[in-house]
Design a protein around this ligand. Sequence first.
Ligand code: HEM
Length: 132
Amino acid sequence: MGSESKIHTFEEVAKHNKDKDCWLIISGKVYDVTPFMADHPGGGEVLLSATGKDGTNDFEDIGHSEDAREMMEKYYIGEIDAETVPQKRTYIPPHQMSNDPASEFFIKILQFLVPLLLLGLAISLRNYTKKE
Ligand code: HEM
């Protein structure tokens, strides 16, 4: 098993995110841990939580033993094409205060028109009172 070192894309690896089909990316290598799901001392759920991303930090945060690292070799199926790995998790654009650009434009116009109207009103009132 795992004789040739195949290069996988992130997109392809991320598809294997199920209990019965689980691939992990750890330190640039790809592991098919499907047969290990039930036997993993940390449980199958945590392995699933490390799918669809670079699981290196998750794996290292636990401080796995040397035994665990040796065990990994059994599940090695190839390398990850580093260029296909997203640097960050999905980009979430900053929250926008105004949802509609048209209403934003309308408010800008109002901000400009209201003082002008008030000024016009004041001038016409002044002229009117002067005449009397
Ligand atoms: C091929 C990958 C993995 C292998 C072979 C593996 C193997 C092991 C082994 C042998 C242990 C027992 C403790 C030790 O010897 O260090 C363990 C514990 C644990 N593993 Fe993994 N592991 C893998 C990936 C992961 C990942 C990706 C995570 C996190 C998302 C994880 C989370 C844990 C946790 C939380 C424990 C602690 C369980 C406890 O002590 O209660 N493991 N793992």
